[in-house]
Ligand binder design. Structure first.
Ligand SMILES: *[C@@H]1O[C@H](CO)[C@@H](O)[C@H](O)[C@H]1NC(C)=O
Ligand SMILES: *[C@@H]1O[C@H](CO)[C@@H](O)[C@H](O)[C@H]1NC(C)=O
Ligand SMILES: *[C@@H]1O[C@H](CO)[C@@H](O)[C@H](O)[C@H]1NC(C)=O
Length: 333
């Protein structure tokens, strides 16, 4: 998750000198509105991140291949005071949110590269004002992060799937999508492929976004800091839905998101070493096909289809927000 979404409703005002004087009060009003909106979002996101990260600091010391499946074994509930629950002996995990608190969990293991997937069923009905996050993140001020975030909406209005990539503490790489199905009626699979060459976000096996390693062109890529998987459900009704205009309807609380079938084909990081290096690459190469996985022509076509038909925000074309110039990677995609 990140401080990114603040700019997804870029203010369309521009202070051109040809505007008649009566427009000026309106511009002042909009500037103040935009300022408050950005400021609140920042504060809220950093607060929630801090809660999620610092609820505990202990790290797992396990040396084994990631398997997933049992959510109780793979995750620790980190906050929410009983609002996060494991069911079916670890087969299902639910997060809930009410007026007093949201809830969250994080993986016990840390990974340095992997293919991580989870099935998630989002809040049904009126989810306006809520945000469900599911992301990979390292720690510290120059952290890396790979985000899925689901911004709730009023009944019948579409969830926004928000994505971002942080490298060395810097994000601002948002892309947002409307899904081609209702993510609240059933579980759907959200996965992150993270290998030394690329990051691919996929939904039900369809890639929606690729962030390539372009270090050779001077663009940073997350590849040195191990990350954990995090998820949380929280209230963000001061910005999430229609820029904060639509508030959370607490009469509908508690709001619940459900998780199952976690799977991590990943290199587990422990005490400064990767589980992938502890095996001879030849004998286990079959296990690590994802390490060099790339999009084939069929999946590239599908990704283009999603981006053409379902993308609703792209930082790579937002010149209004980046008047000094778009991010360098945008030239190559
Ligand atoms: C998970 O939480 C339990 C207590 O709830 C704690 O004992 C354990 O150390 C935690 N595991 C990790 C990896 O932090
Ligand atoms: C909610 O639905 C409206 C369409 O009614 C859409 O404009 C908006 O982007 C949706 N998402 C959020 C997070 O507001
Ligand atoms: C392309 O990749 C997808 C997803 O990994 C796979 O299901 C499909 O079989 C591949 N197609 C070809 C033609 O290799």
């Amino acid at each position: 998750m990140g401080m990114q979404s603040r700019n997804t409703n870029p203010s369309k005002s521009s202070s051109s000198s040809f505007l008649p004087p009566r427009c000026i009060p309106l511009l002042v009003f909009f500037s103040i509105f935009a300022f408050l909106f950005f400021f609140n979002l920042d504060t809220f996101l950093s607060r929630t991140k801090a809660i999620a990260r610092h609820s505990f600091n202990e790290q797992t010391r396990l040396f084994m291949n990631a398997e997933g499946g049992n959510l109780e074994r793979e995750f620790n509930i980190t906050w929410g005071n009983g609002r996060a629950k494991v069911h079916n002996n670890g087969g299902l995990l639910t997060l809930s949110l009410d007026k007093n608190s949201g809830s969250g969990f994080q993986s016990k293991k840390e990974y340095l590269f992997g293919k991580i997937e989870m099935q998630i069923k989002l809040i049904a009905g009126n989810s306006a004002g809520t945000v469900t996050t599911y992301y990979l993140s390292s720690e510290g001020p120059t952290h890396d992060e790979i985000d899925f975030e689901f911004l709730g909406n009023s009944s019948g209005d579409p969830y926004t799937l928000h994505t971002n990539v942080y490298c060395q503490g810097k994000g601002n790489r948002e892309q947002q999508f409307f899904l081609w199905f209702d993510p609240t009626t059933d579980f759907h699979t959200y996965s992150i492929l993270w290998n030394p060459h690329r990051i691919v976000f996929s939904v039900d096996g369809t890639p929606i976004r690729e962030f390539k390693n372009m270090e050779s062109k001077g663009i940073p890529f997350p590849k040195d800091q191990p990350m954990k998987v995090y998820s949380s459900l929280w209230n963000a009704d001061d910005w999430a839905t229609k820029g904060g205009l639509v508030k959370t309807d607490w009469k509908k609380a508690p709001f619940t998101a459900s998780y199952r079938n976690y799977k991590a084909d990943a290199c587990i990081w422990s005490e400064g070493a990767s589980s992938c290096n502890s095996k001879s690459p030849t004998s286990n190469s079959i296990d690590y096909l994802w390490m060099s996985e790339k999009l084939n022509s069929t999946s590239l076509e599908r990704m283009k289809w999603v981006q053409k038909n379902h993308m609703v925000y792209n930082y790579c074309i937002d010149k209004m927000r980046f008047p000094e110039g778009l991010a360098p990677e945008c030239k190559f995609s």
